[in-house]
Design a protein around this ligand. Structure first.
Ligand code: NG6
Ligand code: CA
Length: 516
């Protein structure tokens, strides 16, 4: 049974004094419009150093920079995990993904990982009277049973069961089948003449793959040994096997346009009521294959041009909000699900053309890693009506805390057990507190945990490889405990042997968290 009891979960507005975090809040005649709209713009694999407002020189992101100037740029901001599925799970549920066994990078035919009885951030907004939408990359499973979805019929369990009124999503990633959009629980633009079948076990008889038919890869070829050499869609081979799709199949060069236009439509349709939009771009995940109008905008090839395409999406959102006159009372949070990676499976020349660009800026490690580059991500918060512009905050913040922080904004009463790991830090998000939370926990690809405080970083010992050859990434795995003084130098010198007392303190935080 669905968990929602709207009587128990009513959420009311905070008193105006709490809303008015700075002096210039405006009054509205229409009561419902006092509630700010909330848009989370979640980029994919965008690194701490990939935006010009975070120091990138070889790619210009004027729209994100403009957004950044309108509010607060956070410099010590973290995703809960170094890969997509656990990171997004934590954000939407307020529960650390490592508490569950089934939250690793999901296949495109994974069952819905967030179960209908779980209370999500979208449920909270919906109960507070918001129109809610998820648009773009999903990657948290669909349907009731893994591998058993009928992609030619409405799915039995979907985002409508976890608080989203509307969704237009990619089931998993651009590099995983099925390569179609799902709109409100069914394949968008479904083509009856080409029924869809999906398998992550075996190919369908007679269907070409990147492995057996490399001559069909007219758009992108896989990098050796990564395994993106299975079904071919739009001249690009993927992870997993699919058959059919016909007219419904996406064209990679149009994905940003499709996601953006659906986001703009949702905003236009709901601009007269409060809305919550979870907008997840496909950019800049692989396969990077930006629209021709963005090609050559950087000297970094598809990876750089995909950043420009991401920036365009942000610009479209900003100008639409402005045109509709709702920009001032819209909160935008722009962030990324995990750190950057250069070669993540396709021969798109990202490595060869990288030049001096540093996707994770000054940080050590990249996507997948326990080092900061894995989980420390861009994080910009704006709300022109109530947040002072041009601020930089060093507060320690994590995406896990967004749920409870938005609950503070909404003054929401949450059901028992909701968002168990999320802590309310609204004052940090609006720039009133520069310290943030006492610690954040981060998870790498191998489920190794780290504890980050304002000054320290502890990485627990593990037996995994210290280096991921495929992606050329330092994993942070080490059989010895690691301790870094983050005030002095990022993660250069392991000083665990010199500071057993601090190691012990941070270990006890982990132990305590694990035992919850
Ligand atoms: C990895 C894929 C990578 C990417 C990642 C998910 C291989 C070798 N690599 O397993 O290409 O798809 O999963 O990325 O299969 S994420 O950002 O969605 O977590
Ligand atoms: Ca990602």
């Amino acid at each position: 049974m669905k968990k929602l009891n709207t009587f128990l979960c009513t959420a009311t507005l905070l008193s105006p004094s709490i809303y008015t975090t700075n002096a210039h809040a405006k009054s509205h005649d229409n009561k419902s419009q006092e509630k700010p709209n909330v848009i989370i713009i979640m980029a994919d694999d965008l690194g701490y150093g990939d935006l010009s407002c975070y120091g990138a020189k070889d790619v210009k992101t004027p729209n994100v920079d403009k957004l950044c100037k309108q509010g607060i740029r956070f410099t010590n901001s973290h995703a809960a995990a170094a890969t997509s599925t656990p990171s997004r799970y934590a954000l939407l549920t307020g529960q650390y993904a490592w508490r569950r066994q089934d939250t690793r990078i999901a296949d495109g035919n994974a069952k819905m990982i967030i179960r209908p009885e779980q209370y999500t951030m979208a449920d909270m907004f919906k109960n507070a009277g918001y129109a809610t939408a998820a648009i773009g990359k999903w990657h948290l499973g669909l349907g009731d049973i893994t591998g058993e979805q009928d992609w030619n019929a409405p799915l039995p369990c979907g985002l409508q069961d976890i608080g989203f009124d509307y969704h237009y999503i990619m089931a998993a990633t651009g590099d995983r089948v099925p390569c179609v959009f799902i709109e409100n629980g069914a394949v968008a633009n479904h083509d009856k003449s080409a029924p869809i079948e999906v398998s992550y076990k075996q190919n369908f008889p007679g269907e070409p793959t990147g492995h057996s038919n490399p001559e069909m890869l007219y758009n992108l070829k896989p990098s050796p040994n990564h395994g993106h050499d299975q079904s071919i869609v739009n001249g690009i081979s993927r992870i997993g096997f699919m058959k059919g799709g016909g007219e419904a199949l996406w064209k990679d060069e149009n994905i940003a346009d499709s996601i953006t236009s659906h986001a703009l439509d949702f905003i236009k349709e709901h601009h007269q009521e409060p809305f919550f939009m979870y907008l997840c771009t496909n950019d800049i995940h692989v396969p990077r294959f930006p629209h021709p109008r963005f090609r050559g905008k950087t000297k970094m090839g598809h990876r750089g041009d995909a950043i420009v395409q991401f920036d365009w999406t942000v610009g479209q959102i900003l100008s639409t909000l402005k045109k509709l006159g709702i920009d001032k009372n819209t909160i935008i949070l722009l962030t990324s699900d995990n750190g950057p990676v250069v070669d993540d499976g396709y021969a798109d020349q990202a490595v060869e053309l990288l030049g001096n660009h540093k996707p994770s800026g000054p940080l050590r490690g990249n996507k997948y890693s326990s080092f900061e580059g894995g989980t420390r991500v861009p994080f910009i918060v704006t709300w022109p009506e109530n947040i002072r512009k041009e601020q930089t905050s060093e507060a320690l913040v994590s995406q896990i805390d967004l749920f409870q922080s938005f609950a503070q904004l909404l003054n929401a009463t949450l059901p028992k057990g909701a968002c168990p790991d999320s802590r309310g830090h609204w004052s940090s998000l609006v720039g009133e507190d520069n310290v943030g939370c006492p610690y954040v926990i981060e998870q790498n690809l191998w489920n190794v945990l780290s504890v980050r405080t304002l000054n320290w970083k502890y990485i627990e010992p593990s037996n995994g490889n210290s280096y991921m050859q495929l992606t050329n990434i330092e994993t942070g795995n080490n059989p010895e405990p690691q301790l870094y003084n983050m005030e002095q130098s990022f993660e250069e010198i392991n000083i665990a042997p010199q500071h057993p007392e601090i190691v012990e303190q941070l270990q006890s935080i982990l132990k305590q968290e694990r035992s919850k």
